[in-house]
Design a protein. Structure first.
Length: 276
């Protein structure tokens, strides 16, 4: 067990959350004030790399959603900030250590599809890792998972199907597609975007894949949700900026957080499919 898991247990009096959530760029208001039980700064958690990017607060918040215990990472770190890729494994393993049975990962992403404009929500079905990095490179930690782990259902289809059904129930339009990761920090070139479209990508960003790889390695089921903030480079004449990402993510925030909260209220856990 990582030291940060022990710190979490001490502060929360051994509370075991059911679900972990990672908030992407521009998503900042997951819990209502009355739902919050504990707020822990990443400064208190030695295993959590400290975010340096605007829109990533750097705090772990424990709260409730309709009596379900949920722990939420308000902000994440990225490879382009200079962090060792292996350091990105630790927050995910801490979530596993403290008892999470499911991880919901969100991100802000550029669209590779003209029919999926800014403000759209996409359920991730799979990913393409063009970052050049994998946080599991190096000595394997057998306590968490095998040297070679399967990724054929990396974005757990059992939970993904539930998400799609709930989106339809609340009349929330949702796309499904493949997420592509580049390392950043620059946005992709038009030529790179053309290549991703040819090989089957639907959205592109600079996060998520490392966390998904680590979660699957330690048998923590994942669903991934992209908030579409712009059309990718070369698909229109607008120059891309992080400010645009934050602004458009904020505009879609209510819709995506409402969907996630509704999902949490109705989710049926699959306790037989993984060793949770």
């Amino acid at each position: 067990m990582h030291n940060s898991a022990k710190t979490f247990q001490e502060i929360t009096k051994n509370t075991k959350p059911d679900i972990g959530v990672i908030l992407g760029s521009g998503l900042t208001n997951f819990f209502d004030e009355k739902e919050i039980l504990n707020i822990i700064s990443y400064e208190e958690l030695e295993d959590f790399p400290k975010p340096t990017v605007k829109g990533h607060a750097g705090k772990l918040v424990l709260g409730t959603v309709n009596k379900m215990k949920v722990v939420c990472m308000y902000g994440r770190s990225h490879i382009y900030e200079g962090h060792n890729p292996q350091s990105l494994t630790k927050p995910i393993r801490v979530l596993k250590d403290i008892g999470c049975k499911l991880l919901i990962i969100t991100n802000a992403a550029g669209s590779l599809d003209e029919n999926m404009p800014a403000g759209s929500i996409m359920s991730i079905t799979d990913h393409i890792n063009w970052s050049g990095f994998n946080p599991l490179i190096g000595k394997n930690d057998d306590d968490y998972g095998p040297r070679f782990h399967d990724m054929s259902d990396g974005y757990n289809s059992y939970y993904r199907d539930q998400l799609i059904k709930i989106a339809k129930k609340i009349d929330q339009k949702i796309f499904q597609g493949v997420y592509c990761m580049y390392s950043g920090p620059n946005f992709e070139t038009p030529a790179e975007i053309n290549a991703l479209r040819v090989i089957g990508g639907n959205a592109v960003g600079m996060s998520t894949v490392p966390e998904v790889l680590v979660a699957n390695h330690c048998s923590l089921p994942v669903i991934g949700i992209s908030v579409i903030t712009n059309l990718a480079a070369g698909m229109n004449k607008t120059k891309l900026s992080h400010q645009e990402t934050l602004e458009n993510a904020s505009l879609a925030e209510n819709n995506v957080l409402n969907l996630i909260k509704q999902f949490i209220q109705e989710v049926q856990f699959d306790d037989t499919s993984r060793d949770n």
